[in-house]
Design a protein around this ligand. Structure first.
Ligand SMILES: Cc1cc2nc3c(=O)[nH]c(=O)nc-3n(C[C@H](O)[C@H](O)[C@H](O)COP(=O)(O)OP(=O)(O)OC[C@H]3O[C@@H](n4cnc5c(N)ncnc54)[C@H](O)[C@@H]3O)c2cc1C
Length: 343
């Protein structure tokens, strides 16, 4: 019989992040679909865990366990691994489900090794076929999906962000069993966190919309001149007003290294595609971007796709977008910004 442990860590304010709530809904569903499996066990790690447990009180879990302490208020391999291993030892699960946060991606592979299990990371789907749990995972820069299962237990599953709906439900009062841990001597002292550069602040993983700018924004336009300053203003205005996340094609972010005029707030962190990122926003709008395969492969998880291009024969027009506006992106986005300003 399978038993499922959902592991989560709190954020610095004691709350649970969206990836944790997504992994919870997936774990609850898995425990429900596995024939004869007992209700889910929840294992919490953090400086304080009661508030987070209370927030999940209505989820239908059978048991809440927690490891709390000042050492666990911050992300550190040695303390996180000790806490997670103690929870796994106490719960004796066959399946461990957790979000692939940077904190757990670092600590859980080591925990898995300690308890003699196996681990798969960046899981995008969970299924139960007959009585067998199966996972889906993408390979080769999201080009091939594989469905796989394992016989070894415990099997740790780190779930990719944005692939499952976030759990929503009633808060209440949860009774948390405190699990004792032999905390190792810590050699690493966390002195603070440094936030990403100002450029990266236009990358908003939680946004509903991804706005992609392509190299066309910096190319010569109908009057024979490039209009990079106008392009910068137009893009920035839209992204700020719509609170959209900003993405780029490779050609646009590479231009800096090639000595061409570039958009000042773009960096390689924005690049979407085969050699860039694979964001998970619900909607995407590509502008002045040709929609070539190495770029569009990064749109794998974007469900509603639109593009604006002067060229009706661009890649987006060949089945890669739901809607292609054959138009000048400068004109369209200026009008959109005007309308956004009015509203
Ligand atoms: C191994 C490999 C990996 C790669 N990885 C990536 C990757 O990760 N991500 C990525 O993006 N690319 C990647 N590429 C590059 C990719 O193949 C394309 O070269 C790149 O995506 C093209 O960028 P672009 O569409 O912005 O530029 P362009 O191809 O120059 O297209 C510009 C577009 O803008 C349009 N345009 C111009 N002015 C306007 C206007 N006023 N209004 C509307 N439209 C306008 C033009 O019609 C044109 O379609 C990779 C290539 C290789 C070989």
């Amino acid at each position: 019989m399978e038993t499922v442990l959902y592991l989560t860590h709190t954020e610095s304010d004691g709350s649970l992040g969206k990836p944790a709530l997504e992994a919870l809904s997936a774990a609850l569903q898995l425990a429900q679909e596995l024939d004869g499996a007992p209700p889910l066990t929840i294992g919490l790690i953090g400086g304080e865990v009661q508030a987070a447990a209370d927030a999940l009180a209505g989820c239908g879990a059978g048991r809440f366990m927690g490891v709390a302490g000042a050492e666990l208020a911050v992300s550190r391999y040695s303390s996180d691994a000790a806490a997670a291993a103690a929870l796994v030892e106490a719960a004796q699960p066959t399946l461990v489900v957790a979000a692939a946060t940077s904190r757990f991606s670092r600590a859980l592979p080591g925990v898995c090794q300690r308890v003699g299990g196996r681990i798969d990371t960046q899981v995008t789907e969970l299924q139960v076929v007959d009585t067998e749990p199966r996972i889906e995972r993408w390979y080769y820069r999201q080009r091939m999906a594989a469905t796989l299962t394992r016989s070894q237990r415990p099997w740790f599953l780190l779930l990719a962000g944005g692939a499952f709906p976030a759990w929503e439900g009633e808060a209440g009062t949860a009774e948390v069993e405190a699990v004792p841990v032999d905390m190792p001597e810590t050699r690493t002292r966390v002195v603070g966190t440094q936030s990403a550069s100002a450029d990266a602040h236009t990358i908003r993983p939680e946004a509903d919309l991804l706005f992609v700018a392509g190299a066309g924004w910096t190319k010569k336009q109908v009057d024979g001149q490039p209009h990079v300053t106008e392009a910068e203003q137009c893009i920035r205005e839209f992204v700020d007003a719509a609170q959209a996340s900003l993405g780029s094609s490779k050609s646009l972010v590479d231009q800096g290294g090639e000595g061409q005029q570039v958009l000042s707030f773009m960096s390689h962190l924005h690049q979407v595609g085969q050699t860039g990122t694979t964001p998970r926003h619900r909607k995407g709008l590509a502008t002045c971007c040709h929609g070539e395969e190495p770029h569009v492969v990064g749109w794998r998880f974007i469900t509603e796709r639109r593009a604006i291009n002067l060229d009706a024969g661009c890649g987006w027009g060949q089945g890669k977008a739901d809607v292609l506006y054959v138009a000048d992106a400068f004109d369209v986005m200026t009008k959109v910004n005007e309308l956004l300003g009015e509203s």
